[in-house]
Design a protein around this ligand. Structure first.
Ligand SMILES: O=C(O)CCC(=O)C(=O)O
Ligand SMILES: [Fe+2]
Length: 346
């Protein structure tokens, strides 16, 4: 393929308190990366490597359990929590793309997120803040919560960088996230031992989609499989040692009136000796307050740049996306994302 690279940006000036000049250089690099790619490797994020080890080992412990045990932790499609067995979700439907021939995505996942009890006193659209359930795996919750807290910190730092990079006043985006919908989706891409894969045509770990919210903080192991769409072609991405990937979600596309685009991505783990090579990732989605209204910010609308999106609540937007991925209802409101998918090669 081509010489595509995911840009790498060291954000330590924002993490450790750099000079205004150092911060301006980071913000400028993020602006370029967001305009050109929308997927970035972040260095200098300050997350201790042991926390990533803890996350990965917690995932290994859970996904190694027998299917019947894992299935005890299934939750209704309307609650984005708990265990998702393989082939129960179809991410392409969240992006408004119908896929008639292809089987459902083969990833399995375990989801946790912020709950009503995390926001005492706030008036919440409760459907987005369901309680977590925790499997009986020793230290599972402690390992996951330690990661989640740091992912949340990095997400908030990125929002500050975004505000600077876009020339917005502080708070222009963060005011939309005072009690944000947050989900950590831990993904395991594996087929039962001995499953032979003869044709890879329809074999998709996770279908093409854009993430839904403001920003995603993505930990991934270094097995290939993640692909991003750039310049009409799919490109493999794996993070450098110690880097975290971040990518823009659709709410940021809407806020910036497409100055910055949420990047389409999908997962096709490698086939080695006739079977899928196991791969793991954990996506932390930072999605904004459910009742907040999101539309193009005034700074991005003028005669040459008419509004491309009507105002929506985060609730409305996320619910339509989740109905696509989790409940199989094609998201008719994702016309602009679907158009981008359809112009891409498969
Ligand atoms: O597995 C990956 O690297 C990406 C996962 C992803 O895109 C998601 O969970 O939304
Ligand atoms: Fe994603």
């Amino acid at each position: 393929m081509s010489t595509f690279h995911v840009p790498a940006v060291d954000i330590s000036a924002y993490v450790q308190g750099g000079t205004p000049e150092e911060k301006a250089a980071v913000a400028a690099a993020i602006d370029t990366a967001c305009r050109e790619v929308g997927f970035i490797q972040i260095l200098g994020h300050g997350v201790a490597p042991e926390l990533a080890d803890g996350l990965a080992s917690a995932m290994d412990d859970f996904f190694a359990l027998p299917t019947a045990e894992k299935s005890r932790w299934r939750r209704p499609a309307a609650e984005n929590r708990g265990y998702t067995p393989p082939k129960s979700e179809t991410l392409a439907l969240s992006a408004g793309v119908q896929s008639e021939t292809r089987m459902k995505d083969f990833f399995e996942a375990f989801n946790v997120g912020s709950s009503v009890s995390d926001h005492p006193g706030a008036e919440l659209v409760e459907a987005h803040y369901a309680a977590n359930t925790w499997p009986e795996v020793p230290d599972f919750q402690a390992r996951i919560d330690a990661w989640r807290a740091e992912a949340a910190r990095v997400a908030r730092t990125m929002v500050t960088v975004f505000e600077d990079a876009l020339g917005l006043e502080r708070g222009a985006i963060s005011r939309l996230a005072t009690h944000p919908i947050e989900v950590l989706r831990m993904n395991n891409y594996a087929l039962p031992e001995g499953t032979r894969v003869e044709v890879d045509e329809d074999m998709i770990g996770m279908g093409e989609h854009t993430d839904y919210g403001i920003v995603t903080i993505l930990w991934a192991d270094r097995v290939k499989g993640l692909q991003v769409l750039h310049g009409g072609e799919w490109h493999d991405v794996s993070p450098a040692e110690g880097a975290l990937l971040i990518n823009l979600g659709d709410l940021t596309t809407r806020l910036t009136n497409e100055q910055w685009l949420s990047t389409l991505h999908r997962v096709k783990p490698p086939i080695v000796e006739g079977t899928i090579q196991r791969r793991r990732s954990a996506a932390y989605f930072f999605d904004g307050d459910a009742e907040a209204t999101v539309g193009p910010l005034p700074a991005f609308v003028d005669d040459e740049h008419p509004r491309l999106y009507r105002d929506v609540t985060v609730d409305e937007h996320i619910a339509a996306k989740l109905a696509g991925s989790r409940a199989g209802v094609l998201n008719a409101a994702a016309g602009r994302e679907a158009a981008r998918v359809l112009t891409a090669g498969r």
